[in-house]
Design a protein around this ligand. Structure first.
Ligand SMILES: C[S@@+](CC[C@H](N)C(=O)[O-])C[C@H]1O[C@@H](n2cnc3c(N)ncnc32)[C@H](O)[C@@H]1O
Length: 310
C-alpha cells in the first residue's frame, strides 16, 4: 500500500518505479489509481502524460502533459485508495476507519480478523496498521468478491500482510486454527450476532471486537449477544463535517448557492454568519466557507466490546 524501500520497509521517500501504483490527483474529488508502465500514457482533459516521465520522480511530484497541463502523482495510501477503489459493495470510509483502528488499539504486530471483506476498503487500512509484522485474516463468503479483493491487495502491495478466506462466518464462524490468536476482530455483516460467539473464541484475553451496522435494530441484537461474554460495550456514530470554500467577489450580495455576503467588505475582517459560515474578507474578493451540502451523513454504528477476562 505504501511503497516499500529495497529492504522491504514501508517508505514514502523512495522514487516512483516501473510497476508502482500511483494515485493521479487532478482535484480532491477527481483522482484515479494508475499502474506505472514504461511506454504507456495517461490521457485526460489536461493532455497526454507519458509514464516514462514519471519514473524516478518522488511521490507527490507535479508532472506535465505534452500541452503543459499537470497532475500530481501521490503515493497510494489507504486513505486515498478508499477514495479510488472500485465499489463492489458498500464500503467503510475514513471517518469510521480511523476511529475504529484507534479504538481497536491496532498497532504494528497485531493479528486482526475481519468479515466480510467486501471491497477491501477497511482491509487496506488494517494491513497498514499491523505492518510490518502483524497480519489481517479477512473472510467473505462471496467467492468472486474474495478473488477481486486478493487482486486488489496484490495491486496495492498489502498481499503479504493479508490472507483472504472464503467462508460463511455467520454460519460456520471463524476457523478453529485462529482460536485465541486475535488482538482484534471486526465484523461488517448483516447479522453480526451470529458471528459474535465465534469472534469471542478467536480473541486473546482482553481483545476487542467491533461490529459495524447501519441499523440500530442490528446494534440492539448484537449488544444482547455481546453481554454474555463481553464487557465495556459502547456504540458510536461517527459524523464528519466537511466544508466548501469559495472565493467570491465582494460586491456580490446574497448568493443563490448558499454562500451569502451580508455587506460589502471594506477592510480585512473575520466573522461568522448565522449559518455558521466563516468569512474572511479582503479587498475585491472574499473567501467564504460553509458546511458542504453533500456531506455524507449517517453511515452506520460502530459497536465496541472487550472480551471479559474470567
Ligand atoms: C458491506 S460489505 C463489507 C465492506 C468492507 N467493510 C469494506 O470496507 O470494503 C459486507 C460483506 O460481507 C459479506 N458477507 C455477508 N454475509 C457474510 C457471511 N455470512 N460470511 C462472510 N461474509 C459475508 C458480503 O459478501 C459483503 O462482501
Amino acid at each position: 500500500m505504501i511503497p516499500a524501500d529495497p529492504s522491504g520497509r514501508l517508505s514514502l521517500l523512495r522514487r516512483i518505479q516501473e510497476g508502482d501504483l500511483v494515485i493521479v490527483y487532478e482535484r480532491h474529488d477527481h483522482m484515479k489509481a494508475v499502474k506505472v508502465i514504461n511506454g504507456s500514457v495517461l490521457q485526460n482533459r489536461f493532455g497526454v502524460f507519458k509514464h516514462s516521465d514519471w519514473i524516478g520522480k518522488k511521490f507527490g511530484s507535479k508532472v506535465f502533459s505534452h500541452k503543459k497541463g499537470f497532475v500530481y502523482l501521490l503515493a497510494p495510501t489507504p486513505e486515498l485508495w478508499t477514495l479510488v477503489l472500485s465499489h463492489r459493495t458498500q464500503i467503510l470510509y475514513i471517518a469510521d476507519i480511523s476511529f475504529l483502528v484507534m479504538y481497536l488499539e491496532i498497532v504494528p504486530g497485531c493479528v486482526v480478523l475481519e468479515s466480510g471483506t467486501g471491497s477491501g476498503s477497511l482491509t487496506t487500512s488494517l494491513a497498514r496498521a499491523v505492518a510490518p509484522m502483524g497480519h489481517v485474516h479477512t473472510f467473505d463468503f462471496h467467492e468472486q468478491r474474495a478473488a477481486s479483493a486478493r487482486e486488489d491487495f496484490e495491486k496495492t502491495g498489502v498481499n503479504k500482510l493479508v490472507t483472504v478466506g472464503v467462508r460463511d462466518i455467520q454460519g460456520e464462524g471463524f476457523p478453529d486454527e485462529l482460536i485465541g490468536q486475535a488482538d482484534a476482530v471486526f465484523l461488517d455483516l448483516p447479522q453480526p450476532w451470529l458471528a459474535i460467539p465465534s469472534a469471542g473464541k478467536m480473541l486473546k484475553a482482553d481483545g476487542i471486537l467491533c461490529s459495524f451496522s447501519p441499523c440500530i435494530e442490528q446494534v440492539q441484537r448484537s449488544c444482547e449477544t455481546l453481554e454474555l461474554k463481553f464487557t465495556d460495550i459502547r456504540t458510536f456514530e461517527i459524523l464528519l463535517r466537511t466544508y466548501e470554500i469559495k472565493e467570491v467577489r465582494a460586491e456580490v450580495g446574497e448568493g443563490d448557492d448558499g454562500f451569502s455576503l451580508r455587506s460589502p467588505p471594506r477592510k480585512k475582517r473575520q466573522h461568522s454568519t448565522e449559518k455558521g459560515s466563516a468569512v474572511e474578507a479582503s479587498g475585491a474578493t472574499t473567501v467564504m466557507a460553509k458546511p458542504c451540502s453533500e456531506t455524507r451523513g449517517h453511515t452506520g454504528y460502530l459497536t465496541f466490546a472487550r472480551l471479559k477476562c474470567l
